[in-house]
Write a protein that binds this ligand. Structure first.
Ligand code: BDR
Ligand code: CA
Length: 316
């Protein structure tokens, strides 16, 4: 049976890879793309989501979501990582299609009720749409199969501050709402995504294999900018596989090892955006973690299997 997923996204070069992977995976049925600010402003995220569905030749609804964080001050979009178009400045032609009239949060609520207990939300950006959907209809927490999110870090240092990962620091209040709601959350954070890397050759193989669509060519072109960022900033050849790792988790969770943890998010001060993971049931002198839901925290990954699943899904 295929797994029904909604992808909440801020495309984004690595979002593009994740979305193409999901479209290509026979194990998944992508019900909708919902967009958020993050790597780019939300209007551009929506345009980019439409471009990705058209490049892949997939007819899927796209709904626009939140433009700013719930409470925190917005951070500027990281155009030095993803380019000012979000796709490494490749200036891909504008999409022909249009977004759905509903908000992302409404689309999430509607689909969860249409398919009770069958929908997994895969979140690849800041978490405002999920927080808004919960506010719109708290009953969805009991009706969602699972929330799999790319974000946060347990033992691994952050990538925006020494402790904060980008998707969480972009809307820490929303992230804290998502981690403390009564749905099953799996956190695919930097502890695992920093263990998985791809390089130019990997994407060139996908490009060569993709003879009937333009996904491989698109990914190859867009990721050159991302590779340059990694080269110049970290002196690394290649890049980490952040967002696509969540899609792999949705297909084959046994590629990862997980540990139960109660996750709270620091919403102010120097630690803003930090995901603080407590051992379930352990008594602390302060009660921020007490009686809160337990998250599945990814702590290990079989990188070779993960990369091979991506390659085979793209027929490479
Ligand atoms: C996350 O931040 C964004 O830049 C990427 O798209 C990914 O979702 C990695 O920290
Ligand atoms: Ca993303």
């Amino acid at each position: 049976m295929t797994r029904k997923i909604i992808i909440d996204t801020d495309p984004g070069i690595d979002d593009a890879m994740a979305i193409f992977l999901a479209f290509n995976a026979p194990q998944l049925d992508v019900l909708a793309l919902t967009t958020t600010f993050g790597n780019v402003a939300v209007e551009l995220a929506t345009k980019n989501a439409l471009i990705l569905s058209e490049v892949a030749g997939v007819n899927v609804p796209v709904a626009q979501g939140v433009a700013v964080p719930l409470v925190a001050a917005p951070l500027p979009p990281p155009d030095f990582v993803h380019g000012s178009d979000g796709f490494g400045n490749i200036n891909w032609p504008a999409p022909k299609g249009q977004a759905d009239e509903r908000s992302a949060a409404q689309m999430i609520v509607d689909l969860v009720h249409q398919y009770p207990n069958q929908v997994t939300i895969v979140a690849l950006g800041p978490l405002g749409n999920l927080a808004k959907a919960l506010a719109l209809d708290p009953s969805i927490a009991e009706l969602v199969d699972e929330v799999i999110l790319m974000g946060g870090a347990d033992k691994e240092p952050g990538n925006v501050s020494p402790v904060a990962e980008a998707n969480i620091i972009n809307d820490p209040h929303a992230a804290d709402i998502v981690f403390t709601a009564s749905w099953q959350v799996t956190m695919v954070g930097l502890d695992v995504t920093h263990r998985v890397m791809i390089n130019d050759k990997f994407l060139d193989n996908i490009r060569q294999a993709d003879t009937d669509k333009q996904c491989g060519e698109f990914l190859y072109q867009a990721t050159q900018f991302y590779f340059n960022f990694y080269q110049q900033t970290f002196d690394i050849e290649g890049c980490y596989v952040h967002d696509a790792s969540t899609i792999v988790y949705a297909i084959a969770p046994d590629i990862f090892t997980t540990t139960p943890g109660v996750v709270r998010v620091a919403t102010e001060g120097v630690a803003i955006g930090q995901t603080i993971v407590a051992t379930p049931g352990k008594h602390y002198a302060v009660n921020f973690w007490q009686d809160k839901p337990v998250t599945n925290v990814c702590v290990g990954v079989d990188s070779e299997r993960l990369l091979s699943l991506i390659a085979t899904t793209f027929n490479a």
